[in-house]
Design a protein. Structure first.
Length: 215
């Protein structure tokens, strides 16, 4: 089969691709915020001296690390009847918060070596030591692995297409069906995802450099 490439087909649909990219960001930004907030809280609970909190956090991590993100999204959409946007954001956030919790726990363990005992000897309570000494350092140590997880979250937003939310992958699929130019639109979608990932990595490199200076 001879396939003749026609890149000019993309130009009339650049607006649609742009809107699809905005749809991806619309899911990505709140999903990242919720993932990090929940992941830090759960990871801190996993590092707690309270056995109940440790067990509860461990069950959460083991449960949602082993359930595919698409299943969580389907459950929220078809069972709880959430709208596509809410189901996508919450589903992606739940799935990835379990991984960020593991990163948080590892960061706390690394930061707590020596710092916790020093903070306690300086008069901090255990909660105060974690809040003012251990967690700030742990969050700085978490920046490199968080970059990886943020890019994973970006890729995870494509699951929203399965419940017809108009993000980038959904838009590429619709345009492919409309124009029968799958290679061109798939290439455009790939480049757009790659550009977003590079922006995220660049921003996180700046963040990492800034927090390293303050250590």
């Amino acid at each position: 089969m001879n396939y003749r490439f026609d890149w000019s087909v993309l130009w009339p649909y650049m607006g649609a691709l742009f809107r699809g990219t905005l749809g991806t960001l619309e899911v990505f930004i709140p999903a990242v915020v919720l993932s990090i907030v929940a992941g830090v809280l759960i990871g801190t609970a996993k590092s707690s001296s309270c056995e109940f909190l440790r067990d509860l956090a461990q069950y959460y991590v083991q449960l949602f690390r082993n359930i595919p993100g698409i299943v969580i999204i389907f459950f929220l959409y078809f069972v709880y009847k959430l709208d596509p946007f809410s189901a996508a954001v919450i589903g992606v956030a739940i799935h990835h918060s379990a991984y960020i919790a593991e990163v948080t726990q590892a960061g706390i363990r690394s930061a707590a070596r020596g710092l916790l005992s020093t903070a306690l000897a300086s008069g901090f309570t255990v909660i105060g030591a974690y809040r003012h000494v251990v967690l700030p350092v742990a969050l700085r140590l978490m920046v490199p692995p968080l970059t990886t997880h943020m890019i994973e979250i970006l890729k995870g937003t494509s699951l929203a297409m399965t419940i017809s939310f108009a993000e980038l992958t959904y838009t590429v699929s619709v345009l492919t069906d409309t124009t029968y130019r799958g290679f061109e639109f798939a290439t455009a979608g790939t480049l757009l995802y790659g550009a977003l990932a590079l922006v995220i990595a660049g921003v996180m490199r700046i963040v990492e450099a800034r927090v390293r200076v303050r250590l």
